[in-house]
Design a protein around this ligand. Structure first.
Ligand code: DAT
Ligand code: MG
Length: 159
């Protein structure tokens, strides 16, 4: 562990619209250039079981069936990003849900126009970050390593 302070994990999914549009590299690059540490990454197909758990807060919404169909329309890229207060940092990088109103410069603001086809998922709280990483990854798929870049990404009192 490189941090003595708050070291969080965020689950990020590159959604099927971004897979189809060839945006995987550009999405990953946004998190890399920010200075975040990638500690888990895989391509996986989602089924109803994992989607019902992942989107349990939306299960009774009328759009849930079409959301689930969309999320099963191709594999996704699941990633775990780590860093100091990373959950909020990742949400800021992604932008708001309704992509056509998302701030320019954010991932959704730069790459999408839709509410549902909005390129990425990101955990919305520290607690959900832990839960979602546990849902999408086995323990041995999350890696612990020292990132030399941290010497320049963080100040002494932030490491
Ligand atoms: P976010 O992905 O920004 O955390 P959320 O958790 O409220 O947003 O919803 C999860 C996903 O569900 C969202 O990325 C796209 C889809 N969704 C949300 N609201 C929707 C709506 N009104 N119509 C269609 N899809 C919606
Ligand atoms: Mg959400």
């Amino acid at each position: 562990m490189q941090f003595d302070g708050v070291n969080e994990k965020s689950l990020v999914l590159v959604k099927p619209d971004a897979i189809q549009r060839g945006l995987i590299g550009q999405v990953v690059s946004r998190f890399e250039r920010k200075g975040l540490k990638l500690v888990g990454m895989k391509m996986m197909g989602l089924d109803d079981e994992i989607l019902t758990a992942h989107y349990s807060h939306l299960a009774d919404k009328p759009f849930f069936p079409s959301l689930a169909k969309f999320m099963k329309s191709s594999p996704v890229i699941a990633m775990c990003w780590e860093g100091l207060e990373v959950v909020n940092a990742v949400r800021e990088l992604c932008g708001i849900t309704k992509a056509r109103e998302a701030e320019a410069g954010s991932i959704r603001g730069d790459f999408a126009m839709s509410v549902s086809c909005n390129v990425v998922h990101a955990s919305d709280s520290v607690e959900n970050g832990e839960i979602e990483v546990g849902r999408f990854f086995e323990d041995d798929e999350i890696h612990s390593y020292k990132k030399s870049e941290y010497e320049h990404v963080y100040a002494e009192d932030e490491k």
